[in-house]
Design a protein around this ligand. Structure first.
Ligand SMILES: NC(=O)c1ccc[n+]([C@@H]2O[C@H](COP(=O)([O-])OP(=O)(O)OC[C@H]3O[C@@H](n4cnc5c(N)ncnc54)[C@H](OP(=O)(O)O)[C@@H]3O)[C@@H](O)[C@H]2O)c1
Length: 227
């Protein structure tokens, strides 16, 4: 793993159906699909979390899934939980604001002070990274320089995945393939955001490894950004 000087090394890890979807339908929790992951794959996911300094998901995943983002199924330390939430409007009863692991909420300068104070009262760090919305390159720099984060994994959702890829901040992708098709043109898929206009804008990947983990196929890619 090569660690860049100015940001953490970033792994995107996700459970996806055979048609590339992350949930059953728009607004549904991915926990429903995760129930169908093989136990060996749950261990892989939690072992990966234990290997990483920090884990990040988008604010909407917290609102919908209310994830804990901790290491529970294997021995090991839970990573720093990082949630970009520009207006600091994360629910104050969210599981990530609980005491199980350290948490940093990344906000923009425009976030209301009283929400920032309420988050701090819950014991979480607040990182101001950007004027009107969270700027991910700046957040990565702060995590590296001020929090000593050398490697970070992101577990979605599609909006965060798209912004991280678009900002050229993802080094590796690891996919846990679930043998289901769910369909739905508005069902969240691995990467959301804007469509591209031509093939020059495709983000190229190098498939470096694939293997079975219990009953799940796992594939691993390096991200090859063109210069
Ligand atoms: N299968 C899986 O592995 C998996 C994993 C995770 C999530 N999911 C599913 O994905 C769905 C949620 O995905 P989503 O696309 O709606 O939301 P998301 O990617 O989880 O969160 C996006 C939100 O994060 C906040 N944010 C702040 N700064 C950002 C930035 N610079 N770039 C990107 N986001 C930023 C924004 O909310 P504010 O405007 O409030 O700041 C934005 O709307 C859920 O259904 C969940 O179950 C599946």
């Amino acid at each position: 793993m090569t660690i860049p000087a100015d940001r953490p090394h970033v792994l995107m890890m996700s459970e996806i159906t055979a048609d590339g979807k992350l949930t059953l339908k728009k607004g549904a929790s991915s926990k429903i699909l995760m129930k169908y992951m093989a136990h060996e794959t749950e261990l892989l996911l939690h072992n990966t979390r234990a290997e990483y300094d920090a884990i990040m998901v988008g604010a909407n995943t917290i609102r919908i899934d209310n994830s804990f983002l901790t290491v529970r199924y294997v021995p090991g330390k839970s990573p720093l939980r990082v949630i970009p939430c520009s207006m600091a409007d994360i629910p104050l009863d969210a599981n990530v604001l609980g005491p199980d692991a350290p948490t940093a909420i990344a906000v923009a300068e425009v976030a209301p002070e009283e929400r920032i104070e309420a988050i701090k009262k819950k014991g979480a760090h607040v990182i101001v990274a950007g004027k009107n919305h969270v700027e991910l390159p700046l957040l990565m720099k702060i995590l590296r320089e001020q929090f000593g984060v050398k490697n970070l994994m992101i577990e979605g959702g599609p909006t965060l995945n798209w912004h991280m890829l678009h900002d050229r901040l993802v080094d590796e992708i690891r996919l846990i393939h679930l043998p289901f098709i769910v369909g739905g043109s508005d069902t969240p898929s691995l990467v959301g955001g804007m469509h591209i206009d031509n093939e020059n804008e495709m983000i190229r990947l190098n498939l470096k490894k694939y293997y079975m983990c219990g009953s799940n196929l796992v594939s691993e890619f390096d991200v090859l950004y063109t210069q």
